[in-house]
Design a protein around this ligand. Structure first.
Ligand SMILES: [Cu+2]
Ligand SMILES: [Zn+2]
Length: 219
């Protein structure tokens, strides 16, 4: 029994010796490990450099989009709708948390004319109706510009003089030039009649006599 057990132990020891033999590192194995370590260190350094570059690039991109993301000036060039001679320019200039609106319109009949930002920057239809309804992202009722609860696009009335010219300056705190409520790409409409500032949904201002699209202007 002792002999058998010894042989078994020898056999097991033999097996144990044979199996680890394949795993014993020779000199070449140490060189291999050294090469792998040096290579991985270099790789890590490269990876670190790449990560730093990516981070710096992302940061630069974020900075650039943050500063360039919100335009500071926008402009709409208004063209006459079919049968109209009304045209002009409206600028929107950001100043702090306000937007200053300056409108210079010609070809009007003397008196008041509804003046709004409409939902779509689409002046393709001859009557300007392709610009849709008043721009109203906050789902408020139609009102005058000086009312807190109003369409974002409600700019009240332009008042034309006897020569048919209107000049209007407004300061707005509701409009933005970025995000979901941005006025960029919307339409500007001048109406045939006065906006009564209360009739829903558009102030009963009649036909559309000029239409323009709000675009980003050179600051
Ligand atoms: Cu309108
Ligand atoms: Zn409105």
């Amino acid at each position: 029994m002792t002999f058998l057990r010894d042989r078994r132990i020898d056999a097991e020891a033999g097996i144990e010796r044979r199996l680890p033999d394949e795993c014993y590192p020779g000199r070449a194995d140490f060189y291999f490990v050294a090469v792998v370590v040096v290579w991985s260190m270099k790789t890590n350094r490269l990876l670190r450099a790449a990560i730093c570059l990516l981070a710096a690039g992302s940061l630069a991109l974020i900075t650039a989009t943050t500063s360039a993301g919100e335009p500071t000036k926008a402009i709409a060039v208004l063209h006459p709708t079919k049968g109209s001679n009304v045209e002009g320019i409206v600028t929107f200039t950001k100043s702090g948390d306000e937007i200053k609106i300056v409108a210079d319109i010609t070809g009007l009949t003397p008196g008041m004319h509804g003046f709004h930002i409409h939902e779509f920057g689409d002046c393709s239809s001859p009557d300007g109706k392709s610009a849709g309804g008043h721009f109203n992202p906050t789902n408020n009722p139609h009102a005058g510009h000086d009312v807190a609860q109003r369409h974002e696009g409600d700019m009240g009335n332009l008042e034309a003089d006897s020569a048919g010219k209107a000049h209007l300056e407004l300061t707005d705190k509701m409009m933005t030039m970025s995000g979901e409520r941005s006025i960029i790409g919307r339409g500007v409409i001048v109406h045939e009649k006065a906006d009564d500032l209360k009739s829903q949904p558009v102030g009963n201002a009649g036909a559309r006599v000029a239409c323009g699209v709000i675009g980003i202007a050179q600051p």
